[in-house]
Design a binder for this molecule. Structure first.
Ligand code: DX5
Ligand code: ZN
Length: 231
């Protein structure tokens, strides 16, 4: 294959995965600037991490910041709720600008009800799994959901080290999704960067969240492009 053939192949290959930079790692004093950078970049979605200080040992931001992001964003907002009892606030997150809402398996007593409520709001419904939660626990909900988010770090903070057992979970989820929900978005969140993105996509991930690997880069649009079209 000549150089243009390689590039075409890599382009087609890259079309299969989405990049969702996480604004948890953005400069909050310059949120508009950072979101405008994402608008112009190869990013597909904008990942918004909501933390309540109860489900996870950290508090991030809430509705006002979500609405501020929505005001400037030209790309879908992928809202990841790390909060207990998320049912109380689903409508507020939708009204604040969420296109997709992902709740944690571990935070929902009535997960089926929660998933239906998200879908009734017209949002893409996602379920996140902590590193210790087996993919098999999704067996009775997999056909009802649009997205599974596999946490590849313990939720609560950006900039943590990627947990290698994620590959095993991706394999399990790929088998389940092939059989029961082939259109599933398979999202990996935490410690994603240029060094592991190709392996993650090859193992079945099709949405990759990246916080620090994007926002700590000197050239952020280039960092996003390198995730979209990895070497
Ligand atoms: C962690 C959050 C992640 C975080 C990822 O709890 O869910 O979305 O922003 O950050 P990095 O890519 O820096 O690990
Ligand atoms: Zn997240």
């Amino acid at each position: 294959m000549d150089v243009s053939g390689v590039r075409l192949f890599s382009y087609i290959w890259a079309m299969n995965h989405l990049i969702a930079p996480s604004i948890l790692a953005a400069d909050f004093g310059n949120l508009q600037r950072d979101i405008e950078m994402l608008n112009k970049s190869e990013a597909d979605w904008i990942h918004v991490d909501i933390m309540d200080g109860v489900f996870v040992p950290n508090i991030s931001y809430g509705f006002p910041v979500l609405s501020a992001a929505k005001k400037h964003a030209k790309k879908p907002l992928d809202v990841h709720l790390m909060i207990i009892d998320p049912d109380r606030y689903l409508k507020e997150f939708k009204d604040g600008g969420a296109d997709g809402i992902t709740v944690h398996f571990e935070a929902c007593t009535h997960l089926h009800r929660t998933v239906q409520a998200i879908k009734e709001l017209g949002c893409r419904a996602g379920v996140a799994l902590n590193p210790h939660t087996p993919v098999a626990f999704l067996d009775d909900i997999i056909e009802d959901i649009d997205l599974v988010l596999i946490m590849s770090v313990n939720p609560g903070f950006g900039g943590q080290r990627f947990i290698n057992n994620t590959y095993k979970k991706l394999n399990d989820l790929k088998v389940l999704s092939n059989r029961r929900n082939p259109g599933l978005f398979i999202e990996v969140d935490g410690g994603v960067g240029e060094e592991n993105i190709r392996n993650l996509v090859n193992t079945g991930a099709n949405v990759l969240v990246a916080g620090n690997s994007v926002f700590s880069a000197a050239d952020q649009p280039l960092a996003i492009k390198n995730l979209k079209y990895p070497a």
